[in-house]
Each structure stands twice: as structure tokens, then as C-alpha cells.
Design a protein around this ligand. Structure first.
Ligand code: 4AD
Ligand code: MG
Length: 463
């Protein structure tokens, strides 16, 4: 007999097949001659209905331990279901309970729990319908990302988590230390030189793998990273995490135009893949979380993104029939309210904003002819705001050195990065996609803490 996943049984199972399933009990309903039990094994939104006849071995003992949350293995035969709601069900010939779950204390009972409550039981919440669907869609997004780049001959490169460079220059770094403060007496702690924390050197958790991805692109042409990144920004919003995953393609011999084209093609590809591989989960989000999820997905796949410059965006915002909290004028960094107005209300689809003022962007972005703007691009999504940030990189050594000096960055730390411009420099471009923001966009989930299994924010990092 074969152990099967419930997703496959629900999709393709046929009467008379004998099978084994393993999973966790969602509900039970005891009648005189049978007990009905719904089992979920994480493979799908749907549960498998199991019918347990009073004549199976050990019936009374088994039933006593079959609670919501109990882990079970069931062998039996598939039969056409006469009841409503399912095509097929499993008639059990034997049921083994591995571990029961005390209904007095098990927190996940058969009712809707708020996401706030579920965050307090992060170790159990993946057993709920919503978190199950989120994790499967998250997995599908990650698979789509690898497929997309692998099909296009991009090399997946592994950039370091511990690094000395502050890629974004925003000062949002977590310091990495090998000092164990517990072993250093309090009165000596003031003497610690926090610049030499990491075995006598300075080190941080990476905010972005981009600079190292540029190193790799200068040898392999097209590369991408996909890994965790860290930001010590004290933002408790529904869009920010202290630890999030980022996908960063970097392309040699590519300009801002190619960068925008790739970003658009990339998002379309991921949405298409997820709709095809997770139809039930996407249907669930559309019904239960946000009624526009499927429409948004189809909209992204079938329509071209809007593309405007920062200067045009500012003009549109100034003309908007709307009072913004943060006043708009040329030179400001667009705030989330501005980004959302443009994507959500004005264009009603993703838009790419390019050529931002140099003064508000990172040192590595390529200076435009006007000497005022840089070849940057942000992809803004309805409901989310910025989902991708990228640029063409400054490949000219002299211009880059001038920019670094102007911004007061210590160029000694970037000697290796400058070497890339000294030896065989080429125009190149790339971007970073916030992976959790993508999953939020895909599922309509309101809070970024609910699209990552173990969220780390200033207020929560339970374990
Ligand atoms: O715009 P950012 O800061 O760009 C970079 O880090 C570049 N080095 C990327 C590149 O060109 N290779 O971050 C990129 C994306 C943002 O657009 C956003 O989606 C996401 O990362 N992001 C966050 N996601 C969750 N929590 C946070 N605190 C985030 N900060 C940025
Ligand atoms: Mg950005």
C-alpha cells in the first residue's frame, strides 16, 4: 500500500484504491455507527474525509484520542462519497494515533482565529488554512523565481550574510559580534571597541547582496542571489521586517531599459506560475482574504506596466485631487502614500518609476546626463507600494569616485568594488525584489508578518 498526499487524492484519487495517509486531525464528528474525521497533511487546502466504522480494530480507544490536532495514520480504501462537499472519501480499515492533542489546552480549535492571536502561537499557526495556503504559495513563488532565472541562463550565486559593507548607505545595520557580553564584566563593557567586534574587525549582517552580486556578474554576466537580508530600521509597519528575503538579479552589458524589461517579465512569470500551480490556494485568498486577488493577478499577467519618470510622478502627485500627509515637491523621497496613490488609484496597476534625484539614492546608481538624477527604478504595486528597487550601476571609475567622496563614504572599504571599474568595467544593472512583499501582493495578506513563517520585527521575534 502506498502512502499518498491528500492533494493528489483529492485531485486524482479513484474508488477502490487502497492507500495510507498521514496527517493531523482537523475535526471529528461521532455518530452511532461511524465517526467522520477530516484530516489535513499540509499538501492542500482541502481535507480528506475519513469514515471510521465502529468495527475497525480498537475503535473505542482510537476514538478517545482523536481530537482536533491529533496526528494519525489511516489505511483504507477510497470510495465515492455520498455526502455533499467531497467527491471521494477514505473508508478506514485501521487508524493509528501517534499523538493526541488535549482539547482543553490545544489552542487551535475549530473556529476562526485572528491573525494577531495566531502570531502569538507561531509554532502552531502553520496548521491553519490561511497559513497553510500562504506557505504553499510562498514555496511556489520561490520555485518560479529559480525557474525563471535558470531558464534564462542566470547563475545563482551565494552572497555572504556577514559583510563589512553598507550597500544601501542607510545606516540600518545590525552589528555582528564575537564578544559574549555575559563573559565580560559590566565595568569592562564600556571599553569594548564596537568597530572591532568581529574577531578584531568590523562586520554587519548584510542589508543586500548586490555589491557581491556585481562582483559575480563581472565574471558570469547574468547572476542572481536569493537569500535573507537584514535591516535594523525601527519600523513597525505592515510592510517592514528586520529579516526578509531578497532576490537580486545583476546583469552585465545591461542598461536601465533592460532592467525594467526584466523586472516586468519576472513578475508576470511568477504570477502565471502561481495561478497554474496553486489554483485552490489562490481561490481561497480571493474568497477569504481579498476579493481582488485573482483580478489583480490576471491584470498583471495580461497588461503592460505603466512606466514614468520620477519628475512625471511628482507632477501627477502635485495635480492629484488629494491632500497628502507628506507634501510633494521635486526632490522628496516618495512616501508610501504617494506610491500607493499612483499605483492603486491613478494607474490601477503596477508602475515603474525611473530617474530619481541623485541626492536621495544610493552611491552606486549611475548618474544621468542631467547630473541631477540617477538611472534608478522602483516598481510600485497597488496596496503594497515599493516591491522592487533597482538601477543601472555607475560603471565609470571617476564618476563613482566623485560620488562616493560627495556622499562622505569611506572609499578604502570599497577598494574591491572600485577594482571592478578598474579592470574590465561594463555597463550593468540589477534590482532587488522584496520576497515577502511579493507574497503579500500575490495573496492579498494585509500584514507582512503573516507571509513569513518566523517574522522578525522590533516587536516580535518569539523564538
Ligand atoms: O530598495 P532596496 O533597499 O534596494 C536594495 O537593497 C538594492 N541593493 C537592490 C538591488 O538593486 N540589487 O530593497 C529592495 C526591496 C524593496 O523594494 C522592498 O521590496 C524590499 O526589498 N524591502 C523590504 N522588505 C521587507 N522589509 C523591509 N524592511 C524591507 N526593506 C526593503
Ligand atoms: Mg528602495
Amino acid at each position: 500500500m502506498q502512502t499518498k498526499r491528500i492533494r493528489d487524492i483529492l485531485r486524482h484519487g479513484q474508488p477502490d484504491e487502497t492507500i495510507i495517509i498521514q496527517g493531523w486531525v482537523r475535526t471529528t464528528r461521532q455518530l452511532k455507527e461511524f465517526t467522520f474525521m477530516e484530516v489535513n497533511d499540509g499538501s492542500s487546502m482541502g481535507n480528506l474525509q475519513v469514515v471510521i466504522d465502529v468495527n475497525i480494530p480498537n475503535y473505542n480507544n482510537v476514538i478517545k484520542t482523536l481530537n482536533t490536532g491529533s496526528s494519525v495514520e489511516v489505511s483504507g480504501i477510497l470510495v465515492t462519497s455520498l455526502g455533499k462537499g467531497q467527491r471521494i472519501e477514505l473508508k478506514a480499515s485501521s487508524v493509528q494515533v501517534y499523538g493526541d492533542a488535549n482539547p482543553e489546552t490545544y489552542p487551535l480549535q475549530k473556529k476562526r482565529h485572528s491573525f494577531e492571536f495566531l502570531r502569538t502561537i507561531g509554532h502552531l499557526r502553520s496548521r491553519t488554512n490561511t497559513m497553510g495556503a500562504v506557505m504553499r504559495v510562498r514555496n511556489a513563488c520561490a520555485t518560479a523565481i529559480h525557474n525563471f532565472f535558470q531558464e534564462r541562463d542566470f547563475l545563482w550565486v551565494h552572497t555572504p550574510i556577514i559583510t563589512a559593507s553598507d550597500c544601501e548607505g542607510a545606516g540600518e545595520l545590525f552589528t555582528v559580534t564575537n564578544f559574549d557580553l555575559n563573559k565580560i564584566p559590566r565595568n569592562k563593557q564600556q571599553e569594548i571597541d564596537f568597530d572591532k567586534d568581529f574577531f578584531g574587525k568590523r562586520a554587519y549582517l548584510t542589508v543586500s547582496g548586490q555589491l557581491e552580486a556585481e562582483v559575480m556578474a563581472m565574471a558570469f554576466q547574468n547572476v542572481y542571489t536569493f537569500g535573507p537580508t537584514f535591516r535594523a530600521e525601527n519600523s513597525n509597519t505592515s510592510r517592514h521586517l528586520a529579516e526578509f528575503w531578497m532576490v537580486e538579479p545583476e546583469m552585465a552589458f545591461c542598461d536601465l531599459q533592460g532592467d525594467q524589461d526584466l523586472a516586468e517579465e519576472f513578475l508576470k512569470y511568477i504570477f502565471k506560475y502561481v495561478l497554474e500551480t496553486c489554483p485552490e490556494d489562490m481561490e481561497f485568498f480571493n474568497e477569504r482574504i481579498d476579493k481582488s486577488v485573482l483580478e489583480t493577478a490576471n491584470n498583471i499577467i495580461n497588461n503592460e506596466f505603466e512606466r514614468i519618470t520620477y519628475t512625471e510622478a511628482v507632477k501627477l502627485l502635485e495635480k492629484a485631487d488629494k491632500q497628502f500627509e507628506y507634501a510633494v515637491e521635486w526632490g522628496i523621497d516618495l512616501q508610501s502614500e504617494h506610491e500607493r496613490y499612483l499605483a492603486e488609484e491613478l494607474f490601477k496597476k503596477p508602475l515603474i518609476v525611473t530617474n530619481y534625484p541623485a541626492a536621495i539614492k544610493a552611491f552606486y546608481m549611475r548618474l544621468n546626463e542631467d547630473q541631477k538624477t540617477v538611472a534608478a527604478m522602483d516598481v510600485l504595486a497597488p496596496k503594497i507600494g515599493e516591491i522592487i528597487g533597482g538601477s543601472q550601476r555607475e560603471e565609470r571609475l571617476d564618476v563613482l569616485e566623485r560620488r562616493i567622496a560627495q556622499m562622505g563614504i569611506i572609499s578604502d572599504d570599497l577598494w574591491w568594488y572600485l577594482d571592478l571599474r578598474r579592470y574590465g568595467t561594463v555597463p550593468h544593472a540589477g534590482f532587488g525584489l522584496g520576497f515577502e512583499r511579493l507574497v503579500q501582493f500575490m495573496t492579498g495578506m494585509g500584514n507582512i508578518r503573516d507571509v513569513i513563517p518566523f517574522p522578525r520585527t522590533p516587536l516580535s521575534a518569539e523564538f
